[in-house]
Design a protein around this ligand. Sequence first.
Ligand code: THU
Length: 130
Amino acid sequence: MSQELFEAARDAMKFAHAPYSKFPVGAAIRADDGKIYTGANIENLSFPQGWCAEPTAIGCMIMAGGKKIVEMAVIAEKLALCPPCGGCRQKIAEFADAKTPIYLCDAVGVQKTMTMEELLPFSFKTEILG
Ligand code: THU
């Protein structure tokens, strides 16, 4: 199963719009509806306006009706494995559980598997906001 997600993330990375960093990233989510949603980073000439591969994939999932991340793969062409950035960890956590596996990949395949709570321990949680 993780192999299929790895391949989806690797293929998604080809769609990266990363002319400034030249650092393509791909992400793939298997959602609770059983479907795979993918994303790539999309940069902007106004640099802070660009965004990461992970929120592209999350946006695709949400807009297609998916509700939860069951598992997720992330790949960057130029890294042996690509840990999601801090902001992306918070975004992924919104739709994942503590034990949700996140596959960190290189060009060959999954190199490391981490759970959501390993990636984002002691995360912001409160009942007050709903
Ligand atoms: N990037 C991602 O797409 N995901 C991450 O988790 C880390 C960073 C992108 C943002 C930017 O387009 C490029 O990688 C270099 O930082």
